[in-house]
Ligand binder design. Structure first.
Ligand code: PEP
Ligand code: MN
Length: 359
């Protein structure tokens, strides 16, 4: 069977958009139960409670999860508050323990999706279960790895599949903890429109302020839900404290979301998708400009050390020529590119001037 033939009927049992909330990590029974109770008390439509039981941490010696004891707390959350439960599995042992504890939904974390051996092990351990499994995107921006993970699961007859977009690592410092790279997720979505896709704004933003915007943006382009880290006392969380929110803040976030009807005429969806891609590109443009300015600064220092004038007409001529040529090649107006490069060049000169004057 091909991924394209997968049906997402299983997903209809959940309210949509599907909201999954709960702490990054299970820490104690009281933290789990209090978080669950307070989510319930807000009456927000959150049918699934998440908690990490085994935590993949970037560096050793940090908190690596409470382990199997946390599964009992998830069970209590289910019994006392009626949530379905979800946790991350990263090896066969996790899968067996989570199935034994009757966790309702499993997800595979970004650090596992990158590793075909790990995915194969998890997929084989899952064979024979009909639990829904969500696959987070791999940490690196590689669509094939994401697809490959789903194919391995499908290869073991796991058919209730969904994906979670949690952003991608970059070495560059950006305003995101994990760059959304919307294009990759949207490419996935166009290839497999029937596989439910959720957004994980918590790991994309790495802070609390951007969560609502990222979630809304995802709904605008047709995502079917979100997984949002929620903690009874976020500031004191044992992992990912900066990005977790309280149940009450979660409820406000959810109530402010505009849910797009998935059946609207293509127009609105296309518009949302195009706008998201434009924002993505603008963001990259700004990053590139900032890199360019930093190199300008280095050139400025060299000019200063060697007593060379900032403005080098020959060099400016070369830049104008290649910019103009590129404008023609890419079908853009020469006048526009000239205006744009004049502005960039002017700013470069300004940056270098500051260096000359400073010392
Ligand atoms: C998580 O959801 O807590 C988690 C570890 O996510 P990711 O795999 O996206 O880093
Ligand atoms: Mn987390």
């Amino acid at each position: 069977m091909d991924l394209k033939e997968l049906k997402s009927n299983w997903f209809n049992e959940f309210s949509q958009p599907l909201m999954i909330a709960g702490p990054c990590s299970a820490e104690s029974e009281s933290q789990m139960l209090e978080t669950a109770r307070r989510i319930k008390e807000t009456h927000a439509e959150v049918p699934v409670f998440r908690a990490g039981i085994w935590k993949p941490r970037t560096k050793p010696n940090g908190f690596e999860g409470v382990g199997v004891i946390g599964l009992n707390w998830l069970k209590k959350v289910k019994e006392e508050y009626g949530f379905k439960t979800a946790t991350e599995v990263a090896n066969a042992h996790h899968v067996f323990a989570a199935l034994e504890a009757d966790v309702d939904i499993l997800w595979i974390g970004a650090r596992s999706t990158v590793n075909p051996f790990t995915i194969q092990e998890i997929a084989m351990a899952l064979k024979g279960t009909d639990k829904p499994v969500f696959v987070k995107n791999p940490v690196n921006p590689d669509l094939a790895l994401w697809n490959g993970a789903l194919e391995r699961l499908l290869g073991q007859d796991i058919k209730k599949l969904g994906v979670i977009h949690r952003g991608f690592s970059t070495y560059q410092k950006t305003k995101y903890r994990n760059n959304p790279n919307w294009q990759i997720a949207l490419d996935f979505k166009s290839q497999f429109p029937d596989i439910p896709m959720l957004i994980d704004p918590s790991h994309i933003c790495g802070n609390r302020t951007g969560l609502a915007d990222v979630t809304q943006e995802a709904l605008n382009v047709g995502y079917q839900g979100a997984m949002i880290e929620t903690h009874s006392n976020p500031d004191e969380a044992w992992s990912d404290a900066a990005q977790q929110i309280t149940p009450e803040v979660l409820a406000t976030l959810i109530s402010n979301l505009k849910v797009r009807n998935t059946d609207v005429a293509g127009f609105e969806k296309d518009m949302g998708r195009h706008r998201t891609l434009i924002s993505d590109l603008d963001f990259q443009l700004i990053e590139l400009l900032s890199q360019r300015m930093k190199i300008s600064e280095k050139i400025g220092k060299l000019k200063k050390e060697n007593d060379i004038a900032i403005f080098q007409p020959e060099r400016w001529k070369v830049i104008r020529e290649y910019a103009e040529q590129k404008a023609v090649e890419t079908g853009m107006s020469k006048e526009f590119i000239e205006k744009l490069f004049k502005a960039i060049h002017e700013e470069s000169i300004e940056v270098q001037n500051n260096i000359m004057i400073d010392r």
